[in-house]
Design a protein around this ligand. Structure first.
Ligand code: PRP
Length: 199
């Protein structure tokens, strides 16, 4: 990886990410072994995709996966906790052991909604796993059974997490030091992270 622009700095390196994910994968494998059916990992699009891919590969038991996509209503421009499902699960989760897989738990509003909503569908058990837990930003208390890393209250991108759709494929987690600067120039970090693709 090339050195990032001064507007962003490495927070969790690739090797550290791999170790944290392996640890969670091992923990989940131990807890979810010997179930009547393989657990269903539910990836919350889009941020969780890289984490889910590595997490399931680190697990030592059979798993199934499905995806859900939700979108926050933002008529007021602030986090109201009111969200809607944009793409629902394909699998009926009644009687299943389900783990919601998130890239980050921030205010907790999204996970809180998902736990309530999926909980109403009669799963045998419901758990949550997150790559990053930004505890300092929590608005609603929400249970997170598996967490790979607790992160400080800084804006983070990479490894699935985006800024305006960019930076999801950065293989490590970067802390954005100057979010105003990035908002002003969303491509700011691209120039130091990737080979330029346009003239
Ligand atoms: C992010 C993340 C969680 C949610 C966490 O999703 O993937 O779903 O925000 O925030 P909260 O705890 O404050 O509710 P985002 O809306 O950025 O969508 P994305 O995963 O497609 O990037």
């Amino acid at each position: 990886m090339t050195s990032p622009d001064h507007a962003g700095e490495p927070l969790i390196a690739r090797r550290e990410l791999a170790c944290g994910i392996d640890r969670v994968g091992m923990q989940m494998s131990n807890d979810l072994a010997s179930l009547p059916r393989p657990p269903l990992l539910v990836g919350v699009l889009k941020g969780s995709t890289l984490f889910l891919a590595d997490l399931m590969r680190s697990m030592q038991i059979e798993v199934e996966i499905d995806f859900i996509s939700i979108s926050a209503y933002s008529s007021t421009g602030s986090s109201s906790g009111v969200v809607r499902i944009v793409k629902d699960l394909e699998v009926d989760i009644a009687g299943r052991d389900v783990v919601i897989v998130e890239d980050i738990v921030d205010t907790g509003l999204t996970l809180n909604y998902l736990r309530r909503s999926l909980g109403e569908r009669g799963p045998r058990s419901l758990r949550a796993a997150t790559l990053l837990d930004k505890v300092a930003r929590r608005i609603v208390p929400v249970e997170v059974e598996y967490s790979a890393f607790e992160v400080p209250d800084v804006f983070v991108v990479g490894y699935g997490l985006d800024f305006q759709g960019l930076y999801r494929n950065v293989p490590e987690i970067l802390a954005v030091k100057d979010i105003a600067k990035l908002a002003n120039d969303p491509m700011l970090l691209v120039r130091s992270l990737f080979v330029e693709t346009s003239a």
